[in-house]
Design a protein around this ligand. Sequence first.
Ligand SMILES: NC(=O)c1ccc[n+]([C@@H]2O[C@H](COP(=O)([O-])OP(=O)(O)OC[C@H]3O[C@@H](n4cnc5c(N)ncnc54)[C@H](OP(=O)(O)O)[C@@H]3O)[C@@H](O)[C@H]2O)c1
Length: 247
Amino acid sequence: MKIVIVTGGSRGLGASTALACARRGMGVIITYNSSPEKANQVAEAIAAIGGRAAVLKLDVGDSRSFPAFRKAVSAQLEAVWKRKTFDVLVNNAGYGLYAPIADVTEEQFDGLFKVHLKGPFFLTQALLPILEGGGHVVNVTSATSRVATAGVAPYAAFKGGLEVLTRYMAKEFGTRGIRANSIAPGAIRTELGGGLSEEFEALLADQTALGRVGEPEEIGGVIAGLLSDENRWINAQNIEVAGGYII
Ligand SMILES: NC(=O)c1ccc[n+]([C@@H]2O[C@H](COP(=O)([O-])OP(=O)(O)OC[C@H]3O[C@@H](n4cnc5c(N)ncnc54)[C@H](OP(=O)(O)O)[C@@H]3O)[C@@H](O)[C@H]2O)c1
């Protein structure tokens, strides 16, 4: 059985990824930052379909907490699955900020940097010793790195950095048979950045070839599918999943 860690698995794309993995028979460790109730609801939904899920607290913006997080992961692996290693890390946790470059504060910039680039880097480093050979790192990037959409400059820049980091991970971890890919969603209906207003959603739908925004399930299913053996030769790619966004 594959065991998958999904950061930010309490809501949105992470919750959908955790459920999609569980439906395919994988065990899941879900992390939350501020919503333990929501993370527990996801774990209950997984139990209801006969799956196993563990829930852990993690602030991806606090790299000093990562050694303790690794110990907590090891304890859960042992207690729930009688394992010392896990198979997949999905670096998904994140938040949005809409502000033009002229208005972004240094504090806002640093906050986004810690969660979207520094966090995935050092979390992956911390968990690498217990990531099974033949495993997989999936980083959640964004279509906003390809097209300069309004007001998300630091966020998009760090997602672009994460896309580059993914290729370096693939190169360096490949010697252990570990793949690394990133998934770049377009606009998906979640609570990111306070959710989509009706007006903004209409604009995004208009910019998308399929004429609508995406649903979380349309990302979770792709990530779970990417982990399957049939897709084992996909490596070092940034895969946009966006319904044809600004093409
Ligand atoms: N939705 C989109 O249109 C879209 C498009 C492209 C990329 N993405 C990316 O997809 C990922 C998931 O976003 P989403 O749309 O699912 O957002 P969401 O619904 O707002 O969920 C965000 C998740 O990340 C967690 N999180 C936030 N800050 C965290 C931190 N400092 N440490 C640990 N966990 C943290 C939240 O946990 P708590 O609730 O427990 O705080 C929650 O589980 C993000 O990386 C985002 O940038 C989203």
